[in-house]
Write a protein that binds this ligand. Structure first.
Ligand code: TRP
Ligand code: SF4
Length: 522
């Protein structure tokens, strides 16, 4: 969640989107209004959560109601959950203000994954708050405590999970240092819009977040979900990249001894499929024969980029009479000599060893992946799996527009006096019509109503029937805004009172935690 005052003109930074489209900005330190969530799918390759919903057993209400709208490779986590395999969940909070009902979404997501059996981590991003937002350590200590108390009050089990501050986790910082050698300034510039003026500590906070995201896998690689808002996606993408960059071996499929990129590989796969039609000996199709066939088939350019076809043809010609033959290839990325040798030893069946890669003919890609990881782990590598993510929608501010910590009336803090919470809901903007008559006639616009959001995201809790009733009554014109807000305001008051009681009870747990709220720093 972004906590920054939202001065769009000053704070929007490029997001590393190479084609220069600037209609959606995913910026971790800017304003996080997302106008069009669909764009995130097309532009950034975030996947829709809905299609995955049937694969999640007993999905959380935020999943059922579309509040969690997108993901990256969450299928991997869902599978581990279904099959009782180890998995982890981790998210981080910048202690720049009071925790509010927007943060509660993430708290709930973490707690749910913990209840599903996940190894769950909550961290305080104090290095980031200090370096990117300039908060003093004193302020950070106070907010850190408040975040942790709310997380505990909502049901996080500290005995079963892990809580830490970035600043006093030495193992984390060592990992951050290692990951830092895989990233350079040009990349930071491209992804985050960093400039000559950007402080080194701010950059350090980025590699620290990379380490946070991979931290659950330090003991052993496992599927890990990072529940966050979509503004954090640039971090997730970089972390997924770094997970791959630190690996000892890459595993790809190939058709001949030369290297091909994924698009060329698709063309090669197609040519291989058609071998019967062009090869003199179909069980030994030659590269040059495939090249001729590809060059002759104009219609293929409807399916594949002509440039890609051309480069594939060129490579095939250069390979001449070499037979085209599918294989699984191990690429040496960061392996030590011993690890490379050990991998060669470990491969059963037919194999061909080159300088920096090994081709194998009797392994599936999946078996090869497993073997590569096994050898890497046995030789001191991390063996990281690419971390997964889920993305939730940002709540609309109660005053319309964005929910922001710097506009008190726009959000409800988890520390707000319950009466103030009541009042804020009572004076919230609605999706209602000008008059009661019109509302009865046309129905309200629940989809554009911040009050309805309160029901769906929080007040209705697990009760889908209740959320649906509010929605149906609203759009059907049976529900009028005054009563609707009164009901929501009362529920909000009750929620806050209860939450704050639980916070008071959780105070006792604080002392036993492994986490310090008294920074020795000034
Ligand atoms: N950058 C996040 C924020 O702005 C906080 C954060 C730090 C985080 N490390 C993380 C979030 C790891 C998710 C995972 O709030
Ligand atoms: Fe919003 Fe309720 Fe009014 Fe519908 S009736 S527009 S949900 S406040």
């Amino acid at each position: 969640m972004s906590e920054e005052p939202t001065d769009d003109t000053e704070d929007v930074q490029p997001d590393g989107n190479a084609n220069g489209a600037d209609d959606v900005a995913l910026d971790p330190w800017g304003s996080s209004t997302i106008d069009d969530y669909r764009n995130l799918f097309e532009q950034f390759g975030i996947e829709e959560f809905d299609t995955l919903l049937p694969d999640v057993s007993g999905p959380h209400y935020l999943m059922r109601r579309g509040v969690i709208f997108g993901h990256r490779e969450y299928d991997r986590v869902a599978r581990a959950m279904r099959e009782g395999e180890p998995f982890a969940a981790l998210s981080g909070f910048m202690p720049t203000g009071d925790p509010h009902i927007g943060h509660k979404l993430v708290f709930d997501e973490l707690i749910w994954h913990q209840e599903q059996g996940g190894d769950t981590y909550g961290l305080i991003a104090d290095l980031e708050a200090h370096s990117a937002r300039g908060l003093s350590w004193e302020e950070i200590d106070e907010h850190a405590r408040d975040y942790i108390l709310s997380l505990l009050a909502l049901g996080f089990d500290p005995e079963d999970g892990t809580l830490y501050r970035q600043s006093d986790n030495r193992e984390l910082q060592d990992l951050a240092f290692e990951l830092g050698s895989e990233v350079n300034f040009s990349e930071m510039e491209a992804i985050y819009g960093f400039e000559g003026e950007t402080s080194v500590s701010h950059m350090q906070s980025v590699v620290t977040q990379m380490a946070d995201i991979l931290y659950p896998q330090l003991d052993e690689p496992k599927p890990t979900v990072i529940p966050v808002g979509p503004d954090q996606d640039p971090h997730v993408r970089l972390a997924r990249d770094l997970a791959a960059r630190t690996r000892y071996f890459g595993v790809t499929e190939a058709y001949a001894s030369f290297e091909a990129d994924p698009k060329e590989r698709a063309v090669l796969a197609r040519a291989y499929e058609e071998r019967e039609t062009f090869a003199e000996e179909p069980d030994r199709p030659r590269c040059v024969e495939a090249a001729d066939w590809l060059a002759e088939h104009d219609t293929l350019s409807d399916l594949y980029d002509p440039g890609v076809i051309a480069s594939t043809v060129e490579k095939l010609r250069a390979a001449g009479k070499e037979p085209l033959r599918p294989r699984v290839r191990f690429l040496d990325r960061n392996a030590t000599d011993e690890a490379f040798e050990a991998l060669i030893e470990a491969i059963h069946g037919e194999k061909r060893v080159y300088d920096a890669h090994i081709d194998t003919f009797d392994l599936s890609a999946e078996e090869a992946e497993d073997l590569a990881r096994e050898v890497e782990l046995a030789h001191g590598g991390y063996g990281f799996l690419a971390p997964s993510s889920i993305y939730h929608r940002f709540m609309t501010g109660l005053t319309g527009g964005k929910m922001s910590s710097s506009i008190p009336a726009s959000h409800i803090s988890l520390l707000d006096d319950p009466e103030d919470g009541y009042d804020k809901v009572r004076s919230a903007t609605t999706g209602g019509r000008e008059t009661a008559e019109l509302q009865r006639e046309l129905g309200g616009k629940a989809d554009e109503c911040p009050v309805y959001e309160l029901y769906a995201y929080l007040l209705a809790g697990d009760d889908d029937a209740f959320a649906k009733e509010v929605y149906d009554e609203c759009v059907g014109g049976e529900r009028l805004c005054g009563d609707c807000k009164e009901q929501a305001a009362v529920l909000m008051k009750e929620f806050l009172a209860e939450h704050q009681e639980k916070r008071a009870e959780a105070e006792e747990l604080l002392a036993d935690l492994d986490i310090e709220f008294d920074s020795a720093r000034a």
